[in-house]
Design a protein around this ligand. Sequence first.
Ligand SMILES: O=C(CO)[C@@H](O)[C@H](O)COP(=O)(O)O
Ligand SMILES: [Fe+2]
Length: 236
Amino acid sequence: MNSTRRAPLLAPSFLAADLANLQAETERLANSAADWLHFDVMDGRFVPNISFGLPVLQAVARYAKQPIDVHLMIEEPQNYLAAFRDAGASSITVHYEACPHLHRVVQQIKQLGLRAGVALNPATPVSLLEDIAADLDVVLVMSVNPGFGGQAFIPNTLKKVAMLKELLLDTGSDALIEVDGGVNMSNVGPLVEAGADVLVAGNFVFSAPEGPVATLAAMRDHLAGLELSLSPSRAQ
Ligand SMILES: O=C(CO)[C@@H](O)[C@H](O)COP(=O)(O)O
Ligand SMILES: [Fe+2]
């Protein structure tokens, strides 16, 4: 483990929050160990589910204290980038599989002043990012098939994160590695050891009997106890 590691960031996913009480959910996360708020947008086309979109993001952003990390699981995301920025996004991640003109979309996100991310489905190899890695702020590795919360973590993700870490080093990219899907206390340690910088967690955080604030604090403590040599993150 090298000595320039960044402290991992925690990003609870609103998909698993109480959607009937979004103001309360956002306010209780404001004073938690959450570093980013993860916001999953699904269109019923790119993925077989529909979640929420612009007006809900606008509502959450009114109460959010942390940056909002928007994960677009939609076709033709290029048509909605400015609208998501205006609604409160700090970062936008689009799917590799949804973008034939990925380089252009990434530049558009950056021109809007946002952090630009690209997500990979479980069956999409990291090697496909070789020519664009240096342009990215975030690579999101899906550790479940996108579309639903509460699925089981795909174990091959650990190998994939390690391969991505190598690719980022080889291409001179300082992109953060974000992992999304089935993240819980038993896999955050191995994920961080493999190279993960941002850990998205939905059901594990919101369904815990202790509630999200205590669960995020426990995750933070667990990560701090892993005896990694970490330095403060640049990614707030
Ligand atoms: O993007 C997605 C699902 O497509 C995720 O962000 C989920 O919302 C994570 O939820 P859990 O798997 O942690 O319950
Ligand atoms: Fe997500």
